[in-house]
Design a protein. Structure first.
Length: 611
């Protein structure tokens, strides 16, 4: 296929996004098509077991010579369930409570009122509560400078409170922003025997604050692990006995499912905004601004989803993409988790494109691993060459994918400033490495290799694609954010990036194993490999892997402190980690079985919050 066709195709299916950064109050201007994104944690193993429609149709546009491989792979490839969303966002016209112009003007007025709150709040406890509320309501992106100044003051203040709720709140706010706070601050709440005072258990709100805070533990803090066990035990007890007031009862229930430091903050936000007016001392200015800001951003995201859904539908028809999962909305949510801000629409769209290409690459290797391993090798050889002429190496029915991939990366170079094009080269290099990792996994599956647990974890972690995602999320960010130090962190870091991959891999594997969804032709996941190597029962293996997940959360928390100088970039990567439990917790796979997430995603993307 002529590369000009690939480029033209991407333009035909939607409007184009502006290369220029958007002002915080300006509407998104569309000039480039939004594209699908993909689950970074849905890596190499259980992902294959999650249904796909008949793969024989995937190569409908292919040459007749491709029909034999297509039919052969159709016999081993599972079929994916159709999307629960269909063409919803293509046809959706959102209702308008108020004009966008009115909402923006009102929001601007309220932002000034909130800035006044920051400047007039001198008491440290008052400032801590203000920062916490602003973050919880999802409007912290509007007040980054004010929040950072407040936290610097909070960190420098000689805080000597004997109130556990306040001590825990300070601990959580500072550690989330990379400030070191010693766990010794909680020692004053222990008795002579070294255990936490039973009096704490009589105050559910304090227990909740404590429980959320200590989940920011790092390696070498066993006292905080004990604190988690203590707080969880008593929170479960008070929750079961009932009698708690709203909204505290709901907040405890959510925290027992996922504590604040491990939750997709936009998901928590849509639960907190409706209940905030029931909080003691709620501020109507903050509440109104939170509602307006959410509704303004929701309109931005709806535009992106409309273009993304339209683009995906056209691309699917053009390329015959029946061999991959149709999860446009669920995929977009990964990109939304990384950056939801209006002015980062360009970054969000480019990141979604990279994730889509990863999805295509991953599922292509999965499908052909068992029947056409030589063609997998040819595809990888072409990607290592990364040149238009290398398309001749690839079979006809894979050529469109290869050529469009190269075309997309050229688009990225056109969309960002010329002095940042080295970031595209970095993303391309990581994409090439990922292709090699996928080929290695395909080789294992083809020859039915049974890896050791260590081998399996090493390769499976790399195939979760967190390294190319870490490279891709830099695209479109300002030079003030993507500093030399931030780039070097993305190139050399082995902490937060690898921990993100392991967290996703392990949680996905546990969910897939519990659901019994693994393809028998596939190589074993981490749960099975652990069982086979150590000869232990299922519950022991899952418990061990859950322990490994906890270790990765410690590493993630540590990375904020170790890399505070580049935290704006590190936090974007951590946002991917925070989205993983949204899809893969409690043995569920919300990515594959989209019905389970539909209600929450409707709140995020469809239903405006009543003003």
């Amino acid at each position: 296929m002529d590369l000009r066709l690939a480029s033209a195709f991407s333009i035909q299916s939607g409007n184009i996004i502006s290369q220029q950064p958007h002002g915080k109050n300006s509407p998104v201007v569309w000039h480039k098509p939004a594209r699908n994104s993909y689950s970074p944690s849905a890596g190499k193993h259980h992902k294959r077991t999650q249904c796909v429609s008949c793969h024989a149709h995937a190569r409908a546009p292919a040459a007749a010579a491709a029909s034999a491989p297509a039919l052969a792979q159709a016999q081993v490839a599972p079929s994916f369930e159709p999307s629960v969303w269909g063409d919803f966002f293509i046809n959706y016209e959102p209702p308008f409570q108020r004009s966008e112009e009115w909402m923006r003007e009102r929001a601007n007025k309220l932002k000034e009122d909130v800035r006044t709150l920051f400047t007039t709040s001198k008491d440290i406890l008052e400032r801590m509560n203000l920062v916490d509320t602003v973050q919880h309501l999802g409007i912290d992106h509007l007040f980054e400078k004010e929040i950072e100044a407040a936290l610097e003051d909070i960190n420098e203040d000689e805080f000597a409170s004997s109130n556990l709720h306040d001590v825990a709140l300070r601990f959580r706010l500072l550690r989330e922003r990379g400030y070191w706070v010693s766990p010794d601050v909680f020692n004053k709440f222990k008795g002579d025997d070294g255990t936490f005072s039973k009096e704490i258990a009589n105050d559910p709100k304090t227990l909740l604050s404590f429980y959320n805070a200590v989940h920011l533990f790092i390696h070498g803090e066993p006292e905080l692990e004990e604190a988690i066990t203590f707080a969880r035990h008593h929170l479960e007890s008070v929750s079961q006995h009932g009698g708690l007031k709203v909204p505290l009862a709901d907040q405890i229930k959510r925290a027992l499912h996922l504590p604040l430091p491990r939750i997709h903050r936009r998901v928590e936000m849509v639960s907190y905004i409706p209940e905030y007016n029931k909080e003691d001392g709620f501020n109507p200015i903050l509440l109104e601004l939170a509602k307006l800001d959410f509704n303004i951003l929701q309109r931005v995201h709806q535009k992106e989803l409309k273009e993304l859904s339209r683009w995906w539908k056209d691309l699917s028809a053009y390329m015959g993409l029946h061999h991959i999962r149709d999860r446009v909305i669920e995929n977009y949510t990964w990109s939304y988790a990384v950056y939801h801000e209006e002015e980062l629409s360009l970054s969000r769209v480019m990141f979604a494109k990279i994730v889509l290409l990863i999805a295509l690459l991953d599922d292509t290797y999965d499908v052909y691993a068992f029947t056409s391993i030589e063609e997998c090798r040819l595809l990888n050889a072409a990607f290592q060459g990364w040149d238009d002429s290398a398309a001749s190496l690839v079979p006809e029915y894979l050529r469109k994918f290869y050529e469009i991939t190269l075309s997309c990366f050229r688009e990225f170079e056109d969309l960002i400033p010329s002095n940042q094009r080295y970031l595209v080269a970095f993303a391309k290099t990581e994409f090439q490495k990922l292709s090699s990792y996928y080929l290695e996994g395909a080789e294992w599956a083809h020859r039915k290799h049974k890896p050791s647990f260590s081998e399996q974890v090493t390769l499976a972690t790399m195939t979760t694609a967190t390294r190319p995602l870490a490279a891709g999320l830099l695209l479109g960010l300002s030079e003030a954010v993507v500093t030399k130090e931030a780039y070097e962190w993305a190139v050399t870091s082995m902490d937060a990036i690898i921990s993100c991959g392991k967290t996703g891999r392990f949680m996905n594997d546990i969910s897939g194993f519990k659901l019994g969804s693994q393809n028998k032709a596939d190589m074993p996941c981490s749960v099975e490999t652990y069982i086979n190597e150590y000869k232990v029962p299922v519950d022991v293996a899952i418990a061990k892997i859950n322990e490994l997940v906890e270790d990765e959360w410690k590493t993630t928390n540590q990375s904020r402190i170790d890399h505070r100088d580049v935290l704006p970039v590190v936090q974007r990567l951590i946002n991917i980690t925070l989205a993983i439990p949204f899809y893969y917790s409690d043995g569920k796979d919300g990515f594959t079985f989209g019905e389970g997430l539909q209600e929450v995603l409707q709140k995020l993307y469809v239903k405006p919050i009543p003003l």
